[in-house]
Design a protein around this ligand. Structure first.
Ligand code: NI
Length: 185
């Protein structure tokens, strides 16, 4: 297990469309373990493989996990396909490990249906709403080279990118954050 480096904007890998996962093998399972470890270490609730430089359609999610609790609900989605999006919308103040420390409201469908394969090769077809729907859409966007800042005006987007560039490789310290309730996904 290892904590991997999370790529930040404007790294071009984050803008690429990721490739379908063709084979579930030990290497992929190890990658998933590392992604969870990286996500927990950076206080995220979701992470997509392109964020650690692997351009594959693979995401990990845990919306239940909190720093001060042992509760976990790990979800691994291989080749997720969102095939339904509700007309009802939901606004959530999103953050992203690839855009550390920056948060903005993003409006997305409130309810979705998604098909995916799990790490044992089983197919799932689930309906999700609330925070889970937001996270699945945010992470699936990563697989298509789309970031939450792409939903903002170009002016706002460029300001956020500039702020992250200024941070360089410096680890993001969430204790500096004004609002610790925010989560990065
Ligand atoms: Ni993200």
């Amino acid at each position: 297990m290892a904590v991997l480096k999370v790529l930040r904007v404007p790294n071009p890998i984050l803008k690429q469309k990721a490739k379908k996962v063709e084979k579930i093998d030990d290497e992929l399972k190890e990658l998933v373990n590392d992604m969870f470890e990286t996500m927990y270490a950076t206080n995220g609730i979701g992470l997509a493989a392109p964020q650690i430089g692997i351009s594959k359609r693979l995401i990990v999610i845990d919306t239940k996990w909190r720093k001060d609790s042992d509760e976990k609900e790990q979800i691994v989605m291989i080749n997720p396909d969102i095939y339904y999006k509700s007309e009802e919308l939901r606004v959530y103040c999103e953050g992203c490990l690839s855009v550390p420390g920056q948060y903005e409201d993003v409006t997305r469908p409130d309810n979705i249906k998604v098909r995916y394969t799990d790490l044992d090769g089983n197919e799932h077809d689930i309906s999700a709403d609330g925070i889970l729907a937001t996270v699945i859409q945010h992470e699936t966007d990563h697989l298509n080279g789309v970031l939450f800042i792409d939903y903002l005006s170009s002016l706002k987007r460029n300001i956020l990118i500039r702020k992250v560039k200024k941070m360089g490789d410096k680890p993001y310290n969430e204790d500096d954050d004004e609002d610790e309730e925010d989560e990065e996904i």
